[in-house]
Design a protein around this ligand. Structure first.
Ligand SMILES: NC(=O)c1ccc[n+]([C@@H]2O[C@H](COP(=O)([O-])OP(=O)(O)OC[C@H]3O[C@@H](n4cnc5c(N)ncnc54)[C@H](O)[C@@H]3O)[C@@H](O)[C@H]2O)c1
Length: 353
């Protein structure tokens, strides 16, 4: 029997993992307590996605458990033991801004929750591959010190800089900068996951995402950039651009392309490895460029305003260099570009509303 355990299984990356791995494992165990609704309100609930997965995948079993609850998590691992071959840990408090509202909640979900997952894996399934969705916020605001130039619709890195060609790689330092409390709790988890590899020899992989996106995101103002942008474009709701003249650049990786990275790592795992994982030069946009794409797809003008003040520690320009992963796993490459992804998100909203 082969089993994959997926936390945050009703969220964007968790649900994509359930769908992707359901044909590759005998059973998929999902863990999600819909805490996204607690963080961001009813509109952000992921319960609709859980119901969709239960309907579509007969080998999917859902547990409404909290990753902060060690006893609950260990009971699940105890039940399946050595049959657990893969753990994909995506459950998190994912917003920079929300973290400052309840630092204890943010830290216990992101850091302690990850420790619970690692310990349960070590105790009950030490041979399993453990995959963790970290974030580019572990680099804090260090990217903002790069030599940036202002262009008509975006910030760009100076052409002479080594990051110009492919983006930011894993050698960027992670300390002595401003992270947001979210970034700090994710750093703690990121290092823990590496350490369970380096110290205990477990097959752990850390994936530091840029913006993760796709049609199954429950986009909300505080989290889910493209999903929320398209939601506003479809519904006509007002969108506030926070600072940097809307020229801040984010790269966007489709959830399928990211989960396909997990699959490659699973088949040839390494010990305590770290990868940047993002859309890179293949898929990125500034906010005002994103607005323009949304307007083209929906064929209507968006209702937005520009607020002068930026989010604390927000990146001005972030483009991911995923070439370390590509070198380790040459048969992986991203499939979904920005336009295809936005059209998918648009169609998903049209059918959900
Ligand atoms: N979406 C992005 O742009 C992005 C960027 C970089 C990193 N990440 C990271 O990737 C991961 C997945 O992101 P996502 O966009 O799929 O998030 P998401 O919010 O869509 O999904 C996370 C899921 O985890 C669940 N959850 C939260 N706290 C829980 C708890 N205590 N116990 C059980 N379940 C809980 C939520 O209900 C939600 O369904 C997160 O770790 C996030 O920090 C996301």
């Amino acid at each position: 029997m082969s089993i994959a355990i997926i936390t945050g299984s009703s969220g964007l990356i968790g649900s994509e993992s359930v769908a992707f791995f359901s044909s590759k494992f005998d059973k998929i165990i999902g863990i999600d307590n819909d805490m996204r609704k607690y963080f961001f309100g009813e509109q952000a609930s992921t319960n609709w996605n859980r119901l969709r997965l239960e309907e579509q995948f007969s080998n999917f079993i859902h547990y409404t458990a909290d990753i902060r609850n060690q006893a609950e998590i260990e009971a699940i691992f105890n039940e399946y033991g050595g049959d657990i071959k893969l753990v994909v840990h995506t459950a998190a408090q994912p917003s920079h801004d929300w973290a400052a509202k309840e630092p204890h909640t943010d830290f216990t979900v992101n850091a302690n929750g990850t420790l619970n997952m690692l310990e349960a894996t070590r105790k009950f399934a030490p041979e399993a591959v453990f995959i963790f969705t970290s974030t580019n916020k572990v680099y804090g605001d260090t990217p903002n010190a790069l030599p940036l130039v202002e262009l008509e619709s975006r910030w760009e890195i100076d052409e002479s800089h080594p990051y110009f060609m492919n983006g930011i790689d894993e050698t960027m330092r992670i300390d002595q900068c401003k992270h947001s409390l979210f970034g700090a709790s994710k750093v703690a988890a990121d290092i823990l996951v590496q350490e369970y590899g380096k110290y205990f020899g477990m097959k752990t992989g850390v994936f530091r995402g840029g913006c993760l996106t796709g049609p199954n995101h429950s986009g909300t103002q505080l989290h889910g950039f493209l999903s929320y942008l398209m939601k506003c474009a479809v519904t006509g709701d007002h969108y506030s651009i926070l600072g940097y003249k809307g020229k801040q650049v984010r790269d966007n990786i489709h959830s399928h392309d990211l989960v396909n990275m997990f699959w490659h790592f699973y088949q040839k795992p390494r010990i305590g490895e770290v990868y940047n994982a993002g859309g890179g030069r293949f898929s990125n946009c500034s906010i005002i460029e994103g607005i323009s794409y949304c307007e083209q797809i929906t064929e209507k003008k968006m209702n937005y305003t520009l607020v002068h003040e930026n989010r604390i520690g927000d990146h001005i320009w972030y483009v991911t260099d995923s070439s370390k992963f590509k070198n380790h796993y040459p048969s992986w490459s991203p499939i979904f570009n920005l336009n295809i992804t936005l059209v998918q998100i648009f169609n998903a909203y049209k059918s959900r509303y």
